[in-house]
Design a protein around this ligand. Structure first.
Ligand code: UTP
Length: 271
């Protein structure tokens, strides 16, 4: 059973400047609701009981959002506004399931994951990258079903335009398991068009084995000097660990770029 999820939030968010010079991008509203709440709701609906946020001192605003509730208490004591009361109840529900760990230097997603090592209890855990919103279908829930069936790691997959492969982690597929699932031979972080083994990209949902921590400890920096989770995944694949690429059926929204962020609000308002 997958009961724990981790969410790396310690990146700089440079693609959303100037907003991110003072604001945590994960709290920016998408059609009136902070992006991170969509991610938490996906976790809750998928049966996750504990979520570990990896933040930095610069992102302390995220912790305050869930923990500084004096303001709510004061307002609610003064006026019985049901909207505010319901928002507060929601925050209390989220707060109960969130733990915080710190990555004060953004050394890469792999390094962020490593910070959660001592908190992961079971053999597998879920990781969600909050820039990647998937709506209309709960991707984490589908992936957990596949994990329960095949007892292996699972990553979300989507076909991308071949011209854009250098922006993504790209898979080399092995065998088709069934209509939407493939076993993976390899994964390469942000390859050139020439080096890309396919146009199938890793999207920000992963079911990872606890053993990944021992590989991450030894992991050397890769592309742009960062420690990438994809490189640790490749080490496990080299040791014959099974990873499945799952073509999810929801709609993917990229909230990490300004254009994508604006489009996400528009798309969600139409749902
Ligand atoms: P990205 O590198 O795609 O985004 O990280 P970023 O760093 O937030 O933003 P840009 O690229 O400067 O615009 C993917 C996810 O991993 C987290 C980020 O917060 C984001 O959710 N991350 C990245 C970390 O937690 N730590 C890191 O060292 C790097």
């Amino acid at each position: 059973m997958i009961k724990q999820a981790i969410i790396p939030l310690a990146g700089l968010g440079t693609r959303l400047l100037p907003l991110t010079s003072v604001f945590a991008k994960e709290l920016l509203p998408i059609n009136g609701k902070p992006g991170i709440e969509y991610i938490l709701d996906e976790c809750i609906e998928a049966g996750i009981k504990e979520v570990i946020f990896i933040i930095s001192k610069k992102k302390i605003m995220i912790k305050n959002y869930f923990y500084k509730d004096k303001f709510y208490k004061k307002i609610i004591a003064k006026k019985k506004d049901t909207r505010i009361i319901n928002e507060y109840k929601k925050i209390l529900k989220y707060k109960k399931m969130i733990k915080f760990v710190y990555q004060n230097e953004p050394l890469g997603t792999g390094d962020a994951v490593l910070k959660t090592k001592k908190y992961i209890k079971d053999r597998f855990f879920l990781m969600l990258l909050p820039d990647d919103l998937i709506v209309k279908n709960n991707c984490s829930k589908s992936m957990i079903k596949i994990h329960n069936k095949y007892k292996s790691s699972v990553m979300a997959s989507m076909n991308v335009d071949r011209k854009t492969v250098s922006r993504w982690g790209i898979y080399e597929l092995n065998k088709k398991i069934n209509k939407n699932n493939y076993s993976i031979k390899g994964v390469i972080e942000k390859p050139s068009i020439k080096k890309a083994p396919s146009n199938k990209a890793v999207i920000g949902r992963y079911i990872l084995p606890k053993n990944i921590f021992s590989r991450l400890i030894k992991q050397k920096p890769g592309n742009n000097g960062e420690i990438h989770i994809t490189d640790a995944i490749q080490s496990l694949i080299n040791e014959n660990y099974k990873f499945i690429a799952h073509n999810f059926s929801g709609k993917y929204l990229d909230c990490g770029t300004m254009k994508g962020y604006i489009k996400s609000s528009l798309e969600i308002s139409k749902l």
